[in-house]
Design a protein around this ligand. Structure first.
Ligand code: QUE
Length: 365
């Protein structure tokens, strides 16, 4: 007996896949395609990307991986934290599975032997930074807005953020991680987070050229890039290094208060809206990350932290205040830096028991 024909209406109403995966000649192309959520990554998207990258790993025809977004504004707002926050109020299995697989994807990309080009043409935050930074060629445009804003929702700069941030000049890492400051495309180039600055109206041509002749990636990008406008953050290097010099959150608050400039007043006010626990965890991570030898060690460290943090009340409260109710008035527990004892942070950094610990993809073990 033949199966009942599938109703046409169901086909028409089906959501498009959240990631478009295409082999275009010698280029493997991954286009994020969840425009209603600014292409925030969920577990299905992570698995689709991982599957495609593993397939291309064993396909000698694929010379280059191209990562961009399809419809609407780009590039990637982060992880699907609303779903994860809802999960963490129950047993949290879905959240834990998401981070486990997301970090496996981050690690696959970091160790991937083929070159990647990412187009950060729009919002690139959190999880979006985690899939962009491992790419050899990172394209910024006049629409790029890059940030690690996790302390706003009780988390910390994960997805390799400990590594990427702690390698930036001076005390930029501490500034970006604590305040969630947004960088434009020119600032990304100045800091080395982006490798090329290309006007967004040239991207379609650049992608077509890459798909035609992926071997010429460097020449194609070099020909398309322009001199970015001046990077404003450069003017603030000195004050950032001064005010964010300490690894103690209380010292940073005090330095900003003592500085008294308009800039320091504004950053002090911003810092006051962030989860004090998340800020202390972020500062500790930036001390620990440079001691991690392999990226695998960084992922194992961050996974242990995130397993504790996504069950912390500040994560649920942060997602509620910023993304669900949008009242922008999170009530943190503890509410002040002084109330967050070092022992509380120590517990969050304790290694997980072996049976729960993060492991890389079997294919990479
Ligand atoms: C901090 C974050 C995230 C955030 C806001 C923060 C984040 C994230 C999103 C987000 C934004 C729009 C969406 C969505 C998620 O916002 O990681 O689904 O439609 O994904 O202050 O870390």
């Amino acid at each position: 007996m033949s199966a009942a024909p599938r109703p046409v209406a169901a086909l028409e109403e089906a959501d498009p896949p959240p990631v478009l995966v295409e082999g275009e000649g010698r280029v493997g192309r991954i286009s994020l395609n969840r425009p209603k959520a600014l292409h925030a990554l969920d577990l299905d998207m992570v698995q689709a990307m991982t599957g495609a990258l593993l397939e291309w790993l064993g396909d000698p025809a694929v010379k280059l991986v191209l990562i961009d977004h399809a419809e609407g504004r780009g590039f990637c707002a982060g992880g699907d934290v609303i779903t994860i926050a809802r999960s963490s109020q129950g047993h949290g299995a879905a959240g834990q599975a998401f981070f486990f697989q997301e970090y496996r994807l981050n690690h696959l990309m970091y160790t991937y032997p083929k070159r990647g080009v990412v187009f950060m043409d729009g919002i690139t935050m959190g999880g979006g930074v985690g899939i962009a930074c491992p790419c050899k060629y990172r394209i910024a445009t006049e629409r790029t807005v890059l940030a690690m804003p996790e302390t706003s929702i009780g988390l910390f700069p994960d997805v390799g953020g400990g590594r990427y941030l702690s390698r930036l000049r001076g005390r930029i890492a501490q500034f970006l991680a604590l305040t969630g400051a947004r960088l434009d495309g020119a600032e990304c180039v100045a800091l080395g987070l982006a490798t090329h600055y290309i006007p967004s109206d040239r991207l379609a041509d650049v992608k077509r050229e890459l798909i035609e002749v992926p071997e010429h990636v460097e020449a194609i990008l070099r020909a398309a890039q322009i001199e970015p406008p001046p990077a404003r953050i450069v003017d603030n290097y000195a004050i950032i290094d001064r005010c964010f010099a300490s690894d103690r959150l209380e010292d940073i608050f005090a330095a900003l208060a003592a500085d008294g400039s308009d800039w320091a007043k504004k950053e002090l006010a911003t810092l006051g809206t962030k989860s004090p626990t998340a800020c202390k965890v972020s500062l500790r991570l930036l001390v620990e990350s440079p001691r991690q030898f392999h990226f695998l060690d960084e992922m194992r460290l961050e996974y242990g932290i995130v397993v504790r943090m996504f069950r912390h009340p500040d994560f649920i409260e942060g997602v509620r205040a910023l993304l669900i109710d949008k009242d922008n008035a999170p009530r943190w527990t503890p509410a002040t830096p002084e109330e967050v004892a070092d022992e509380m942070i120590d517990r969050i950094f304790e290694p997980l028991p072996a049976r729960e610990a993060w492991t890389p993809l079997e294919e990479l073990q």
